[in-house]
Design a protein around this ligand. Structure first.
Ligand code: SF4
Length: 99
């Protein structure tokens, strides 16, 4: 099997600069990524707290765009949990296809 190699300089790298402005900087990561075996009631409480931080975040749009354009399967990003991001990803794809 042949493998196409691209020089690292030509590969598109994510722009992480928006993270410097993130409202979650310094917060406990467990607020945004639940532990294994987390039960639904605890998950809902944790996600509600994480989403409250996201709601006041100045880079929420950038964070969400990053998270829906990459395979970020877990956690709260841009104010959305995993399932909500999947819906948002599909919504954006439908909108892009309709354009
Ligand atoms: S939107 Fe939420 S997860 Fe994303 S950088 Fe802001 S606070 Fe962090």
């Amino acid at each position: 099997m042949s493998e196409v190699r691209r020089p690292a300089a030509l590969m598109q790298r994510p722009n992480w600069a928006w993270q410097d402005e993130a409202a979650c900087r310094g917060d406990e990561v467990v607020l945004f990524f639940g532990p294994d075996g987390e039960r639904q009631p605890e998950r809902e409480i944790r996600e509600r707290k994480a989403k409250a931080v996201c709601a006041a975040c100045p880079v929420r749009a950038e964070c969400l765009t990053y998270a829906v354009s990459r395979p970020e399967k877990y956690g709260t990003w841009g104010g959305l949990n995993e399932d909500e991001r999947s819906s948002e990803r599909r919504r954006r794809m439908r909108r892009a296809n309709a354009a």
